[in-house]
Unconditional design. Structure first.
Length: 423
């Protein structure tokens, strides 16, 4: 059987981290398909490049040089031989971005974003694969764009499952039909459209890649290696006294991911659940610890309340200009505006004459959204808000997160409380 490992940016952020990935891979004799994200904060850095280029800001070249230096510093720490072919390989990979930013942008921002930002995964996997081979951990580098086929919804591409499965069986499966252990290294987050343009699967989409590949190769399990001991009941950045969740069901994991739990991408669970493939969340710092298991077991789902914090939120109130009721036709039109701009609604609430939504604030999309909505509606909004979701709440847990906060919207169901707040 074959296992799928996924390593995020933090697990390959520097030379020592890359070496640690090699140590973890050597802990098993199983066949491995290893999915790797861009190194450290490279995705953020390349987003700056893409945005500057699109806005015709000459700083995009400066930003790109910073990304180059970061990767070549890691190369220099990993390889004593400075004439190793990987140095030229990484240089040529950066040329893909340089070609893109040499001319004026003529395509929409989302297309530009995908062509530039996706290079982060190509860089990281080429470096890791080359280093592992250098230290006798034999592996093969695979361009995932030859496998994962998508539509051309840039920045949030939809998977062509039939074609992706066919290509997996044709390209990947034969590589595992060998007597010795086989290790394949590939990229998370990216795919390819039918026009052969690079696409991305949405922010943090490397987890989803692991789920896709596991489904297509009928993997024994998926392990996501994180800088935390497993799935915690809250993000340590926003919450003290977090607790590790030892075991939850696919259903509960989907709920937590849907509401924004950062430990796993929302789309990851479905392909695993469809084939009952267990998912492990483990620590790359302490790889021998058990971590969290996600499977069909529902017994422990309600054992620990979970807290999910989404910062930098905007709350938009949409009302008819003549103060008439907001009815189904209005909602259909409003949802169409959000869909056309590729904006996800995190929370919604309607009254007789208004419809309110909470969304992630996006510098590029937010002004366009307000402009479109104001063509037909009266629109008011608040920025710099936070959205807190509590699974399996009680009043004490609500009091804990609302201390010294002003509650703007509050929603409760049997298992979930959601609050839009500001300081």
């Amino acid at each position: 059987m074959t296992k799928v490992y996924k390593f995020g940016g933090a697990s390959v952020k520097d030379a020592n981290a890359v070496k640690n990935v090699g140590d973890i891979i050597q802990l098993t004799n199983d066949n491995l398909l290893v999915v790797i994200s861009a190194m450290g904060k490279t995705t953020n850095a390349l987003e700056k490049v893409a945005e500057a280029y699109f806005n015709r800001d000459k700083k995009c070249v400066v930003y790109l040089e910073e990304v180059k230096k970061y990767h070549f510093d890691i190369l220099n720490d990993l390889f004593e031989n400075k004439k190793h072919p990987i140095f030229n390989e990484i240089h040529n990979t950066f040329i893909e971005i340089e070609w893109e930013i040499e001319t004026e942008p003529t395509r929409e921002y989302d297309y530009v974003y995908d062509q530039i930002v996706a290079v982060g995964e190509l860089l990281s996997t080429k470096i890791v694969s080359s280093y592992l081979n250098e230290v006798s951990i034999k592996n093969e580098w695979i361009d995932v764009r030859t496998i994962i086929q998508t539509d051309n919804t840039y920045r949030n591409a939809k998977i062509n499952w039939t074609l992706t499965e066919q290509l997996t069986q044709k390209i990947i499966q034969p590589l595992f039909n060998k007597k010795e252990q086989t290790i394949l290294i590939t990229q998370g987050f990216i795919g390819s459209s039918s026009e052969l343009f690079t696409t991305t699967l949405g922010r943090e989409g490397s987890d989803f890649t692991a789920g896709i590949m596991a489904y297509c190769i009928n993997a024994e399990s998926v392990t996501i290696w994180k800088d935390v001991p497993g799935m915690l009941n809250a993000d340590p950045k926003w919450f003290d006294d977090t607790k590790k969740i030892d075991n939850i069901s696919y259903h509960e994991a989907v709920e937590l991911a849907y509401y924004g739990a950062s430990v796993i991408h929302p789309k990851t669970i479905k392909p695993l659940h469809n084939k009952n493939i267990p998912l492990y969340i483990k620590s790359f710092v302490s790889p021998h610890e058990e971590g969290t298991l996600i499977n069909n077991n529902t017994i422990k789902d309600e054992a620990i309340p979970s807290f999910i914090f989404k910062m930098n939120q905007a709350l938009i109130s949409i009302a008819a200009i003549d103060y008439s009721f907001i009815v189904e036709d209005n909602l259909s039109q409003i949802f169409g505006v959000f869909a056309n701009l590729g904006i996800t609604i995190n929370l919604m609430q309607n009254s007789a004459i208004s419809f309110s939504v909470c969304i992630d604030f996006d510098n590029q999309k937010f002004p366009k959204l307000i402009e479109e909505l104001r063509k037909d509606y009266k629109v008011l909004y608040n920025e710099n808000l936070e959205l807190v979701t509590i699974r399996h709440y009680d009043q004490q847990t609500i009091d804990r997160v609302t201390l010294h906060k002003k509650i703007i919207v509050e929603q409760k169901s049997r298992n979930t409380a959601r609050l839009v707040m500001k300081n």
